[in-house]
Structure formats: C-alpha cells, structure tokens
Design a protein around this ligand. Structure first.
Ligand SMILES: [Fe+2]
Length: 292
C-alpha cells in the first residue's frame, strides 16, 4: 500500500503579540497554554501541544506537521518527494526534541510553506484540562484543518496529492465571475478536509484560517456569545458549510488570520465517497457582520 500522511499533528505560528495570543487561546478558544523556551505551547488534547506560537513579525503559519504511521512510511514519502524534485532533509535533534517526535523530515510546499513529516510522537505526561472545560474532536482526525492561499493550484495539488497522498473531497466555486475562486478540499483521514487550497497568488501571508472542532453545538453558540462580549472581531457569523456540513463561525486571531470554530462535520469514508462540486460555501449564514 502506498504510504500517505495520516493526520495534521501540529502547527507552528509566528506571532508578533504573544501576550495577546495567551489570553485569546485560553479565554476564547479554551486551549491550555504553557510557555517553554520563549514560545507558547497550546494544548487541546493529550498531545504535548498542537499549536506552538513563536515570537515573529510574520503573523502567519511557520510550519505544519503531518503525522505518518512509521519510519518506513516516512522514508517512502520522503523518497517520493525527492523524485518530484522536492528538497527534503532530516530534522535536527533540537527540532525533534521541541516537537517530541522520534523522527522528523522537513521540506517546503510549492508556495514556500514549511511542511514537516514525523512519526513517534509521545502523549503528554499529564491530562489535558481546558480552561473553559471544552472537548475538541481530534484523535485520528488530527487537530483540525487549515486553509492555505497558494500561488499555483496545480503545483500545490500535485505536492499534496501525489507527494503526501491526500485525496480530493470536493471543490467549491466561491463568488461570481470575474471574482470567483475555486477552492479544493483535501483529506488524509476521515476528517472531511485537513487542508484546503485557495488559489490567491502573490499574497505575503499564506494561512487563511485554522479550524478547531468541538463536541457540541452549544459550545459553538456559547463561544460566539463570549467572543462578541469580549469584542473579538467576527469575520463570519454562524453558518453551515455545504461540503463538510460544519456549523461554525469565524473569528480573528491576534495575528490577523482567522479561527473557524465548529461542530457537527460529516466524515469521509473512502470506500463510498464521491468527489462533489458546490457553487457556494454555505447552506446558510457565514455572513460578514456588516451584512446582518
Ligand atoms: Fe474551514
């Protein structure tokens, strides 16, 4: 069987305001936050951390770490990437220690986004305790999903599909011509999409949003109330997506990109899944606040 990545395991974010992130992550998102080596480590489950916030003026994604099942799978995917002329190198001992992984390989996607492949990540020694008492849907589905703004869709699709082994879930044409945009949604486990690609060339920042999924619609609603009470900017109000059926809203992070906070997405079974196409992103809602 061809080796593929199995989940999105962690994200590195370069952020200019770590103190703002500390309050936002704990009080709004309900993530546990600790500090080590000058970086914030955000937890949402039994993994040692899922998001590492590092001091930087970039305010963007620094790296995305994808789990693979074994050292053999890591070697196979690395070989495949080399055949595609992707430069890939082993992570340093320090990089492995920071991430808590046994093996690590690093490369860049066609947009220059640092992509890491790893295996052998141990769980944290202590149990995850959310400051807001929340439970996140993670496990085999990974930490959530990311939407990336990419220069050239065909090169990016080749990297993620042929290189990492993602499969297309569906596509959505957003907006009306000439401003329309076709997004491609890709899965590597039962989560409907772990990566989505939006062809918006030449942008200085690559990360559109990170999606975190909770286990209850009430938590989504209560979080929506909470962030409005705290005057955290809402980018899109409550709505339900056409393709993954997620009921969610979007809020701005201290770094400017968004967090999608959602519940109730459907999952993908590769044995029966048929690739779909949609001409709108949402069945209802997801309006900009000014539209309400
Ligand atoms: Fe999303």
């Amino acid at each position: 069987m061809t080796a593929t990545v199995s989940a999105l395991g962690y994200l590195g974010i370069g952020a200019s305001d770590l103190e703002a992130w500390r309050g936002y992550a704990t009080e709004a998102l309900g993530l546990a936050c600790s500090e080590r080596d000058g970086a914030l480590l955000l937890r949402m489950d039994d993994a040692p951390w899922r998001i590492r916030i590092e001091q930087s003026d970039a305010d963007d994604l620094s790296y995305a770490g994808f789990e693979v099942s074994s050292p053999e799978a890591l070697a196979e995917i690395s070989e495949r990437l080399k055949m595609m002329d992707v430069q890939i190198s082993a992570g340093s001992e320090e990089e492995r220690a920071v991430r808590g992984v046994a093996a690590l390989a690093r490369c860049a996607d066609p947009n220059g986004i640092a992509i890491e492949l790893y295996c052998g990540r141990a769980s944290a020694d202590d149990a995850f305790v959310s400051p807001r008492g929340l439970t996140f849907i993670t496990g085999a589905q990974g930490l959530g999903h990311i939407v990336l703004m990419v220069d050239e869709e065909s090169a990016s699709r080749r990297f993620y599909e042929e290189g990492l082994g993602f499969k297309v879930s569906d596509t959505i044409t957003m907006g009306k011509p000439p401003q329309s945009l076709e997004l491609t949604f890709l899965h590597c486990n039962t989560r409907h999409h772990t990566v989505a690609l939006a062809p918006v060339p030449g942008l200085p920042k690559r990360l559109n949003h990170i999606m975190l999924q909770v286990d209850s619609l009430d938590v989504v609603g209560k979080t929506f109330d909470l962030i409005r009470d705290r005057e955290i900017p809402v980018s899109m109000e409550l709505g339900k997506h056409t393709n993954d059926y997620m009921t969610s809203f979007y809020m701005q992070t201290p770094s400017g990109f968004d967090i999608e906070f959602g519940f109730g997405a459907r999952t993908v079974d590769d044995a029966t899944w048929e690739v779909g196409h949609y001409d709108s992103g949402s069945e209802w809602g997801h309006r900009a606040p000014a539209e309400t």
